[in-house]
Design a protein around this ligand. Sequence first.
Ligand SMILES: [Zn+2]
Length: 120
Amino acid sequence: MNQFTCDVRLNFLDASQKTKLSKKFRNPNSKVMPHELVVSLRVKLPQAYAVVIALGSSGLCSNRLLIYHNCSEASVGSIPFGIGFPTLPWICRECGESIEDYNEMSFDVIAVAKEPIEFV
Ligand SMILES: [Zn+2]
């Protein structure tokens, strides 16, 4: 069990929110997206992104950049977060289209925990 200390970057989290986060990251390979944290922790979206980015930069999570194409509601691919955007043209695995314009895509980030995390 890894411990993640919610320092000054995440000083908006109270004890009950840390408990909820610890439950979310109870299992290895737990995954969390910012919009889920908005609902479960009742935080604002920028704060939810702050949690996900802090987890990635701590090394406890390997964050992924999720790739969305206008052919699907679900993500159609992902690359490691922090290396920029996918190289164009990019082949959509859902519809097979060769995408040559970022305007056809949208992006989000997901935190993937390597091991269980306890938030303190
Ligand atoms: Zn597509």
